[in-house]
Design a protein around this ligand. Structure first.
Ligand code: NAD
Length: 366
């Protein structure tokens, strides 16, 4: 099947880029004394405030940061919609080295920028931002979630993300292998940070045969030792003879270079934006007979967690029960994709867009 690559940053100028994927607003934040440079992307507020974490990354260019915030914030809209949450989609990215730049003043200044949006955007943690950072941000804005349990928050959302990812993986196994047991399945996990590590724990409990990789040698050997799993070289993971590949690092790892190398039946992981090109690469996987569990659906556990915290009366058991719906939604989407002969990614987006259109029309704006 010949699918044209979707170049999301091809249009001229910032406005061209913003309107291409239907964003409402991109806010540029700059504070000279602290060196803070951040972008807040608000993709949609149709179903509710745009909730999405803040990622801090040493981007090579402002262009790269803009592309990231555009892609990530749009993904949040679909993630919230498909998970049945009354939320829109947003995300923030901070440009810089988290190890050296994240001071109290820096984080509080970012909180002030979030506050200036009056609740249109609600922030939380993402890569290189921890619950402790949210405490500083919360000193300047009430539009923050993902606070530590000691502050009445839901704490680290990663265990819930991992749980949802695990259930999405099981649902996909049910579709592909006829039963959802992962016992004895050879599973490659790319990235054993917060999400990847908790996922490995579930997989090991189910007696899967787990292989891991990470760019951090230290994390890789710690997780390998702790769970008795096999560590493999970063690049070797793509060539591994495995049943399931689980991307749990950064995005765009499903691309022209990697897809031809896979020898697995399923891809199901917790990373955001796994498909470098959402159309082209989803269909490339389909053509290779690899069933892909849409990332924004199966990694929604973290969002479910912070959403419950934002609503108040946080309860982890309720959150886990809510996350369990990922299993049936995932199976429905895989069946829809099969019946309609479309990619699972397209089926998931269709379902999310349907809810945004239907509920957006009737909900009372607050
Ligand atoms: P993390 O920073 O704790 O872990 C990411 C890990 O990936 C790190 O150990 C890092 O060294 C490793 N890594 C980076 N590039 C790699 C590469 N090329 N090969 C191998 N390993 C590599 O982050 P996290 O919170 O575990 O999030 C992981 C992914 O899941 C991200 O894409 C994030 O956006 C997504 N996600 C996280 C949550 C959550 O609750 N934390 C929720 C939804 C989605």
């Amino acid at each position: 099947m010949e699918i044209k690559e979707e170049k999301i940053v091809e249009r001229e100028g910032v406005f061209g880029k913003i309107t291409q994927l239907g964003h409402e607003q991109i806010v540029y934040c700059y504070d000279e004394p602290t060196g803070l440079k951040a972008l807040i992307g608000i993709h949609s507020t149709v179903l509710g405030p745009a909730l999405g974490g803040t990622r801090m990354w040493n981007y090579n260019s402002e262009q790269e940061a803009l592309t990231d915030v555009i892609r990530l914030s749009r993904g949040m809209t679909f993630k919230a919609a498909i998970s049945g949450l009354n939320l829109g989609g947003g995300k923030a990215v901070i440009i810089g080295d988290a190890k050296v730049m994240k001071t109290e003043a820096f984080l509080r200044r970012f909180g002030k920028f979030v506050e200036s949006l009056n609740g249109k955007y609600i922030t939380a943690e993402d890569v290189n931002m921890k619950t402790a950072d949210m405490e500083y941000i919360a000193m300047e804005t009430k539009h923050v979630t993902g606070l530590p349990e000691s502050r009445g928050g839901g704490g680290d959302p990663s265990p819930v993300t991992a749980y949802g990812t695990y259930l999405g993986m099981k649902a996909t196994a049910k579709k592909v292998f006829g039963k959802d047991s992962l016992q004895g399945k050879k599973i490659g996990v790319q990235g054993v940070g917060q999400v990847g590590m908790y996922l490995v724990e579930y997989l090991v409990k189910e007696k899967a045969n787990v292989f891991i990789t990470d760019i951090s040698e230290e994390k890789m050997s710690n997780v390998a030792k702790k769970f008795g799993v096999t560590a493999v070289n970063q690049d070797k993971i793509y060539d591994l003879d495995m049943d399931i590949f689980s991307p749990c690092a950064l995005g765009a790892t499903l691309n022209d270079d990697t897809i031809s190398r896979f020898k697995c039946s399923i891809i199901a992981g917790g990373a955001n934006n796994q498909l470098k090109d959402e159309k082209k690469h989803a269909y490339m996987l389909m053509d290779r007979g690899i069933v892909y569990a849409p990332d924004f659906l199966i990694n929604a556990g973290g969002l479910i967690n912070v959403y419950n915290e934002y609503l108040g009366n946080y309860n982890r058991d309720n959150v886990m029960r809510h996350a369990e719906k990922i299993y049936s939604t995932c199976l429905n989407i895989l069946n829809l994709a099969e019946n309609e002969k479309i990619s699972s990614q397209e089926a998931a987006i269709q379902l999310a867009e349907k809810r945004i259109a239907e509920v957006g029309r009737v909900r009372i704006p607050r």
